[in-house]
Ligand binder design. Structure first.
Ligand code: ZN
Length: 132
């Protein structure tokens, strides 16, 4: 039996998490190398490059982490409402209702509220976001 996997979308991908972790560790290492060569005045290493790589990597991994953490919430918030437009071919009466899973364009649905003629689905679309 298949289990409902809707919730799995909201979980963080372990692969992505690993990449972020590696980027984070590499950035810290680069920063460490940069600081170390500054302190020791070795000059053998380009400390500024390592410093840039370190900060860049830290910024990248932080950004990625925030992105992945923010996504599920974001997706829920902007989930658009899908509506179905029904039209009567006889009297042009239009009716808009929530989209149902079985809906498809040109499908014949229930009778017209005005003339009892079978209505046809003419459009399925996302309703525009409402401004609060
Ligand atoms: Zn009608």
């Amino acid at each position: 039996m298949m289990t409902d996997n809707v919730n799995s979308v909201r979980k963080l991908s372990p692969f992505l998490l690993l990449i972020i972790l590696i980027a984070f560790i590499l950035s810290l290492s680069a920063l460490y190398i940069a600081v170390d060569s500054f302190i020791n005045q070795s000059g053998a290493l380009d400390a500024y490059s390592f410093l840039a790589i370190g900060f860049g990597g830290l910024a990248f991994s932080t950004y990625m982490l925030l992105q992945t953490r923010g996504k599920p919430m974001h997706a829920v918030l902007v989930l658009p409402k899908v509506v179905t437009t029904l039209e009567c071919p006889k009297c042009d009466f239009k009716n808009i209702r929530d989209f149902k899973r079985e809906d498809y364009i040109f499908k014949e649905t229930g009778p017209c509220q005005k003339c009892n003629e079978t209505m046809t689905i003419t459009a399925i679309y996302r309703e525009a976001k409402k401004k609060k």
